[in-house]
Write a protein that binds this ligand. Structure first.
Ligand code: GLA
Length: 377
């Protein structure tokens, strides 16, 4: 039998540092709909998944934070003030610095980090790492914080220190996820409604295997387009834009498309929430397909492989709809599938994708799980 990851983390902690650690977990996420809207203060509909980053932590009585990334077999010392290393340690260091910015001093501790959130596939392994590290560091500092603060501090670790100007969606859902539910999150007010996901539906994630790296600049460029479009429209953010304004505006053709994506995607989130609540799964699927088309044609963040994969998936028996998910430029496609058909659909999609692109890939049926928490044994 394979030991659960939390046990592996504890064992690794004991053999490297000794003593008994506390263990914290934070999940990755899927996003049903609402892509590239969060940094325009728009609407998103993410759900936490049963893939987590685990962090084992015990204070070490010094001022030094030592972190062991188990999968990489690499250890780093985390300075009290952020110093960029260009490695995974920047996430840990960014979290420590972000807490410091919030007036929280993290005493010396030892950390072992390990998880099973796939990297680069668009399910936000980075938010899982940030939020689990943050829970561990808060516990080390003896500070209790609310989940909204945790999300904002974790976002700032990534945006200010790691250097990806991300929105708040990933850290928010990792900190606040509810088992069996997506959240309809308003990224302006940071308030949300729970949207139960009916047991008749499954969310299947298929990896295109094309790896995105948000630090490469495409993400920041899209964000800059949205900001300049808002400014030309006399708005602070595109959340407040409307189709009417676009018709009469002086935006460039590209800015018009970027703004149109944000406006229409916010509308699709509202539509999807309503459709899910009434069990209208064909409308959920249709809106997901439309989201993909908008990401492809207006927002320019898809690639050949994810376009092929989304087309194959949405045409597969038992699938209601599919779209590229996450920051984009590759990563995974999320399909909304009839729960009874998910195994067959998964095989059929992977076969067709291999036939068309030559790429063998993996898929994952996502169980919608709870947000970040301490593991109690
Ligand atoms: C990444 C970012 C999020 C969000 C998505 C796109 O996952 O971290 O904040 O902008 O891309 O929807």
């Amino acid at each position: 039998m394979i030991a659960p990851i939390e046990d592996v983390v504890v064992q690794a902690f004991i053999s490297r540092f000794g003593g008994r650690p506390r263990v914290f977990a934070a999940p990755g996420r899927i996003n049903i709909i609402g892509e590239h809207t969060d940094y325009s203060e728009g609407l998103v509909m993410p759900a936490a998944i049963d893939r987590c980053c685990f962090v084992a932590m015990a204070r070490n009585g010094s001022d030094t934070v030592r972190a062991l990334a188990l999968g990489r077999q690499e250890e780093a010392e985390i300075a009290p003030v952020f110093v960029r290393s260009g490695s995974w340690a920047d996430y840990v260091s960014g979290v420590r610095q972000s807490l410091r910015d919030a007036g929280i001093r993290v005493p010396g501790c030892d950390l072992v980090i390990h998880g099973n959130v796939p990297e680069g596939a668009g399910v936000s392994s980075s938010a899982a790492l940030e939020v689990s590290t943050m829970l561990a560091m808060l516990a080390c500092a003896g500070v209790t914080a609310g989940p909204v603060d945790i999300a904002l501090w974790a976002q700032s670790a990534e945006a200010k220190y790691v250097g990806v100007p991300c929105g708040v969606m990933d850290q928010f859902i990792s900190a606040n996820g509810v088992a069996g539910h997506a959240l309809v999150l308003d990224c302006r007010s940071l308030t949300y409604e729970r949207a139960p996901v009916p047991p008749t539906v499954a969310f299947l994630l298929i990896d295109s295997t094309v790896r995105h790296r948000l630090v490469d600049g495409g993400y920041a460029a899209r964000r800059a387009d949205c900001e300049s479009a808002a400014e030309l429209l006399g708005l602070r953010v595109l959340r407040d834009a409307s189709h009417d304004m676009l018709d009469k505006s002086i935006l460039s053709e590209r800015q018009t498309r970027r703004a149109r994506h944000v406006i229409s995607e916010n509308e699709r989130v509202v539509g999807t929430a309503l459709a899910l609540a009434t069990g209208d799964l064909s409308s959920v699927g249709r809106l997901m397909n439309e989201s993909h088309a908008s990401l492809r044609d207006d927002f320019d963040v898809t690639c050949r492989e994810t376009d092929i994969l989304a087309d194959i998936a949405s045409a597969t028996r038992g699938v209601y709809g599919a779209r590229q998910m996450g920051g984009g430029f590759g990563g995974a496609v999320l399909a909304c599938v009839d729960a009874g058909a998910v195994e067959a659909a998964s095989g059929a999609i992977r076969d067709a994708y291999r036939a068309e692109t030559g790429i063998s890939t993996n898929s994952l049926v996502c169980r919608i799980a709870e947000g970040a928490h301490e593991i109690t044994s």
